[in-house]
Design a protein around this ligand. Structure first.
Ligand SMILES: Cc1cc2nc3c(=O)[nH]c(=O)nc-3n(C[C@H](O)[C@H](O)[C@H](O)COP(=O)(O)OP(=O)(O)OC[C@H]3O[C@@H](n4cnc5c(N)ncnc54)[C@H](O)[C@@H]3O)c2cc1C
Ligand code: SF4
Length: 506
């Protein structure tokens, strides 16, 4: 795929029909649709282009520096009794899509009910979204993970679950030719994960789209109530960037789409820009077994359990490459070395909370936003429950000890777990992470409490559309890439139904 690099020195001045800001999961889908419909498309991406041959060879520490935003060190600051949450995302051609575990879910029916009833998005039925889900799943090669590709860590969790009276089910993933090497979160070395740099972006380029790396969009230009293009800077050379367009699509993700809107003075009316962020706060449980587990062998995220859906909990298989895992083990010096030497015997599973929200993205001092998160009482209870549940499950499977995700804690055995009162542990001591920031430019049926209308167009500015995770009206309780792509596809089709403005009117 040909990606254009802007000039090292000097400015970039372009004209097109549609400019897409951000080349990630949502933006790539819209770019392909518009280009294939014959529109002249420009995609602007802040990050650089890394081909699978290149990112497949990176050590995890290199991927963190080159593809993760801020080296993976982004945080949402917990307010009150809330955890500090490490929020990760991608900054590259292909965005966060490069980093996924490949897990694919549709929007759960219960969540669609909430969208219809609470958010009054009357079209959001399973039947209405079905064709979009189907098309995305076809385009990205989504298929069920065969049971034989489960890692031993996942098998052990399944054994524990059966003993406790619940079960795990195979995930669907967007892969083609996956050999179960287990390093998806650092870029698939085999080109087997169907991230958007291998699916939608090459389609867009083939249909004539121009994709530029290293282009940072600061603001949306507008005139007379209509978007007319974008402006920004070229990273590295720091030349000026200016694109005149008949339509603007903002796909910079849940952290940055609201920042671009705020800088452009768009969306202030509803006071919702940057608010309502959900994160799916997630926890990881490590368990020490006497047997050889080698949990890194197998499809990275092969199974999940929805048995605790009523409690707003989803359990999901995960694993971390051994080198990174060593840094997460407790102890210093010889104790750390001893703990790290047990990594072949460590199993791991994760759990996330289908949260109520409480996150907010504000402009920070530098490039990145200042992000806060206030966890609700119900979500705090779910967080404690998910930790205990995962530990009990691994003990039921025969684990000797578990490493609870509690900072400064050490491994505990089954009796040690019983003795711990999780309710007394402050949330800030929990080791919590998120890969799913959503909802900061949410879709709604009324301008007073949302940022985009039910089609995805900004209430406050015609010809400005938003297509990324920021428009999702609530959290999902499951991994969001297919919902984001499907909603982006729907938005693209709505855009294409509407003729482009004459050039003269801009
Ligand atoms: C480690 C990890 C694992 C994950 N695993 C899964 C999984 O297994 N299954 C799943 O469903 N989801 C998973 N996710 C979540 C999923 O990847 C994201 O929810 C999704 O990719 C978000 O899509 P998006 O379009 O909102 O943003 P992104 O894909 O992040 O794209 C936004 C792009 O915009 C660019 N950008 C930002 N600001 C600007 C600007 N001002 N100018 C120009 N460009 C800009 C960014 O650099 C980025 O490339 C995972 C995420 C991570 C980080
Ligand atoms: S487990 Fe499969 S999809 Fe993940 S990195 Fe390895 S080959 Fe790629």
């Amino acid at each position: 795929m040909r990606v254009l690099t802007p000039p090292g020195l000097g400015d970039l001045d372009l004209e097109c029909d549609v400019v897409v800001v951000g080349s990630g999961t949502g933006g790539a889908v819209v770019a392909a649709q518009c280009a294939e419909a014959g529109q002249d498309v420009v995609v602007l991406e802040e990050g650089k282009h890394h081909s699978p041959e290149e990112y497949g060879k990176n050590r995890p520490s290199e991927t963190l520096r080159k593809i993760y935003r801020d080296g993976g060190t982004g945080f949402a600051w917990g307010i009150g009794n809330s955890p500090l949450i490490n929020v990760t995302m991608g900054k590259a051609i292909g965005g966060s899509s490069l980093l996924t575990g490949g897990v694919c879910f549709r929007v759960p029916p219960k969540v669609l009910d909430e969208w219809r009833v609470d958010r009054r998005l009357t079209e959001m039925t399973e039947a209405h979204l079905e064709p979009y889900f189907e098309e995305v799943e076809r385009d990205c090669h989504v298929a069920e993970v065969p049971v034989h590709m489960r890692s031993r860590a996942t098998e052990l969790f399944g054994i524990g679950a059966e003993k406790l009276g619940y079960s795990i089910r195979s995930n669907h993933r967007n892969t083609d030719g996956c050999n179960g090497c287990g390093r998806c979160n650092f870029g698939c070395p085999h080109g087997a994960k169907m991230s958007v740099d291998l699916t939608y972006l090459p389609r867009a380029v083939k249909a004539g789209a121009r994709i530029y790396s290293s282009c940072l969009v600061d603001r949306i230009r507008h005139h007379d109530g209509r978007a007319t293009g974008v402006s920004g800077t070229i990273r590295g050379g720091e030349g000026q960037l200016r694109v005149r367009a008949r339509r603007v699509v903002l796909s910079a993700g849940s952290y940055h789409s609201p920042l671009v809107l705020k800088r452009s003075g768009v969306g202030a009316r509803s006071r919702q820009v940057g608010r309502n962020m959900t994160l799916h706060p997630g926890f990881r449980m490590m368990a020490l077994f006497d047997e050889d587990v080698r949990g890194w062998r197998g499809a990275l995220q092969s199974a999940h359990s929805e048995a605790f859906d009523e409690e707003r909990i989803t359990l999901m298989s995960v694993f971390t490459p051994p080198g990174v895992l060593a840094a997460a083990m407790p102890g210093v010096g010889p104790e750390l070395a001893r703990n790290a030497s047990t990594i072949p015997n460590i199993a791991m599973f994760g759990g996330l909370v289908h949260d109520e929200g409480g996150g907010r993205v504000r402009r920070g001092f530098g490039r990145e936003p200042f992000v806060t998160y206030t966890m609700s009482g119900a979500d705090r209870a779910a967080a404690r429950r998910v930790i205990r549940l995962m530990a009990e499950t691994y003990f039921a499977a025969g684990a000797r000890k578990v490493y609870l995700p509690i900072l400064s804690g050490s491994a505990v055995d089954a009796d040690g777990l019983k003795a711990i009162d999780l309710d007394r542990i402050p949330m800030r001591r929990l080791e919590c992470s998120s890969q799913h920031p959503l909802g900061t430019c949410r879709m709604g049926s009324e301008a007073r409490d949302s940022v985009v209308d039910p089609n995805g167009e900004a209430w406050d500015l015609r010809d400005l559309w938003v297509a990324d995770g920021s428009i999702l009206p609530t959290s999902l309780g499951v991994n969001p890439q297919v919902p984001i792509m499907s909603m982006a596809l729907r938005t693209a089709r709505r855009m294409l139904d509407r003729p482009l403005q004459d050039r003269g009117t801009r």
